[in-house]
Design a protein around this ligand. Sequence first.
Ligand code: PLP
Length: 434
Amino acid sequence: MNFFKKNRRSLMLISALIVVVLVIVILKPSDHGAPHDAYFAALNDELKKNGSGRPVILVDMDRLDKNLTLLKESIQPPIAYRLVVKSLPSTHMVKYIMQKTGTKKLMVFHQPDLNLLAAQAFHDVDILLGKPMPINAVREFYATVPRETGFDPGRQVQWLIDTPQRMKQYLAFAAEKNITLRCNIEIDVGLHRGGATNMDDLDEMLKIVSDSGDRLKFSGYMGYEPHVASALPLLKKKEAAVRDAYAEMMARYREFYDFGKKHYPGFFSNELTFNSGGSHTYRLFKGEGPVNDVAVGSGLVKPSDFDTLLLTDHLPALMVAAPVLKRLDGTTVPFLEKLSWIFPLWNPNQQVTYFIYGGGWRANFHSPKGLEGNAFFGLSTNQSVANGSRKTALAVDDYIFLRPTQSEAILREFGDIVLVRGGKIVDRWSSFPQ
Ligand SMILES: Cc1ncc(COP(=O)(O)O)c(C=O)c1O
């Protein structure tokens, strides 16, 4: 008893010390740094030799080709492939993928993109709008569409219509201009992002088309369903959850299809587009349902939001590369200069500070491994900061590689896209304007 009383203070001190050591061992960051691997080291050398000395967005064409092979293996007749233009917004890129896949079907989401394609002699493609355009955007399109390229909107464009109200607006516009508008009806097959949710709305839309004379023409349905890939595996495997969600979605699609076919049989005798799918789900479509048209874009370059179950074997083909402008030892923060020695001591990933050309992209540090941002410096789109351990081993003029989370906005940001094959720069393709 006496012994414990006497040694109580020392026991408490020892316990406190153990807790502190444990906290340090558990919380202290380990060194995540590693230099570029062979792939990125080769790209770094190439960019230093032949690059523009500014941040660029790269597409690895060998990897894109591999992803295109996977796509072609999976999308087979009776399903047709439709390229999602917004996800690869470059005329050259669109033409390249059309040629590689043999498709003449595009999905477009932005009125100026539609005008751009119309102006660039895409006179033999079929364009399905991926979202409903406000009637003023349709008006703007018709006011500015070039006539001399042979682009024929009445034959080549399928406008997406989500409500009876919008269908009426399109009818009034078609009557005013004495033109025919092809209308594809958006149906809600579980995503709840809009479109017909019930047969009454669908019926009303089909009736407006039916009563419109030649002003409106029914061209099919579009039911987008990326939620299928996010099905929660409650009491079952993820694969089973996704398969069940797909079956449920397809059953809903079929209800809309059967209703239309039963009540408007005349519409269903023509060649129609029953679109669905996207990168997250395209591999589920095997042609067993009414869907005959599947749209895919992003998965062909696989930004990081597409690191999903069904795209496991797709290769990331898109990278931002930005040159290092300055390399400083340690991490020195304004007003905390005297304390700055603590940062690398606590976190080895702050042994070196790099300032890089540009920043603020929707992209995460990818190579060399172990780079991180710095909360003290915050976000800069002009000259951003990256901290890393000495193992990251970069010098001034070396490149840092970042992997975009998505492709659509970032591909427009840089103005052009640098193409790489076998680790060498082979071309530059301009992207669509922002
Ligand atoms: C209607 C529609 N279809 C298909 C897609 C698939 O595009 P991606 O393959 O680029 O994800 C999208 C994506 O936003 C979409 O909105």
